[in-house]
Design a protein around this ligand. Structure first.
Ligand code: NDP
Length: 306
């Protein structure tokens, strides 16, 4: 039986470890501060931001949400970021993506002070990742490494294959696995014979956003499989096919109108892998947990409490 890697349990473990660090900061200096900028109304972003602010408050992190209108210009948003950069009590700044199309996203991300960039997206922090220097790390990839380590899954010397080369997931995950001494291959949409490359993996990370594309023929028996993909299925037929007519999933669809699936075929991964992350409840919970870690570390660094 494959081990199910429980992201909710690891998230709770990380939160429990952060609580005394937040309390120590609060009693000796001040609580950590996180500012989240949410431009306009974007249903998925609103849910993400609500969860981030809620988790921060649970831990005792001072959190504020800034909600400029959808019509904001690049210059106006730059002014908001600049103001947050200058505020002493703000340790972390997060500008929720995507931004409206009239806004120059690259300029905004570049404007966030690197030491307050708790998303780890600033090119300075990306450079630190490449050079293995301490700096805030991208949250989802950092969460993947936490899952592997806390489940004591060996990484050093193992063959790792990361499918997806985005700046926020694929590339940083590959670099972090490399720093843990895995032998890493990065795949993308132009990779030839993807199943054969994936079958070489002791650790397979799927970060494509392609529902259930990775089936049994991609998985080396006993491999550890990390599913980053978060895809919302809205077709009953697709749900029936992917979940093999699961009554539970079909009932969930009838109730909510959609069902989440990762990039992994959920039935094949459970049968063939040695350990895997479910969707939901695998990688997802770690993203917010690592954002909290980055915020607390930023506060500790800035306040000299380490
Ligand atoms: P992007 O769309 O930015 O990148 C997708 C990558 O997958 C690209 O590199 C693309 O290749 C590659 N790809 C797409 N189709 C194929 C294919 N058929 N074969 C091989 N490679 C393919 O996505 P993100 O990295 O932002 O996100 C990936 C997934 O992870 C999404 O489902 C997203 O929702 C989820 N996600 C989940 C998070 C969480 O907290 N759980 C956090 C962030 C993302 P190419 O470069 O050639 O186009």
């Amino acid at each position: 039986m494959a081990t199910i890697i429980d992201g909710n349990r690891i998230r709770d473990e990380i939160k429990a470890e952060l609580k005394p660090r937040v309390a120590r900061l609060a009693s000796s200096k001040r609580p950590p501060g996180l500012s989240v900028v949410l431009v306009g109304s974007h249903a998925a972003s609103e849910v993400y931001v609500r969860n981030k602010v809620k988790t921060a408050l649970e831990l005792g992190i001072c959190s504020e949400k800034i909600t400029p209108p959808e019509s904001i210009t690049t210059e106006e948003l730059l002014a908001i970021v600049d103001e947050l950069n200058g505020r002493d009590e703000v340790d972390g700044i997060l500008v929720q993506l995507p931004l409206p199309k009239q806004v120059d996203t690259k300029r905004i991300l570049l404007a966030v002070a690197p030491e307050k960039d708790v998303d780890g997206f600033h090119p300075y922090n990306v450079g630190c990742l490449v050079a293995a220097l301490p700096a805030p790390r991208a949250c989802t990839p950092a969460g993947i490494i936490q899952l592997l380590k806390r489940y004591e899954i060996p990484i050093a010397g193992k063959r790792a294959v990361v499918v997806g080369r985005s700046d926020i997931v694929g590339k940083p995950t590959a670099l972090m696995l490399l720093h843990e001494h895995a032998t890493v291959t990065i795949c993308h949409s132009k990779t030839v014979n993807l199943p054969a490359v994936c079958r070489e993996a002791d650790i397979l990370v799927a970060a494509m956003g392609r529902p259930a594309l990775i089936t049994g023929e991609y998985i080396k028996p006993g491999a550890t499989v990390i599913d980053v993909g978060t895809n919302s299925l809205t077709s009953r037929g697709e749900i029936a096919r992917i979940f093999r007519d699961s009554a539970e999933k079909l009932a969930a669809f009838d109730k909510k109108g959609s069902v989440l699936v990762g990039d992994l075929d959920p039935v094949d991964v459970a049968e063939r892998s040695g350990a895997y992350t479910p969707v939901p409840g695998g990688v997802g919970p770690l993203t917010i947990a690592m954002l909290m870690v980055n915020t607390v570390e930023s506060a500790e660094r800035r306040l000299g409490v380490c």
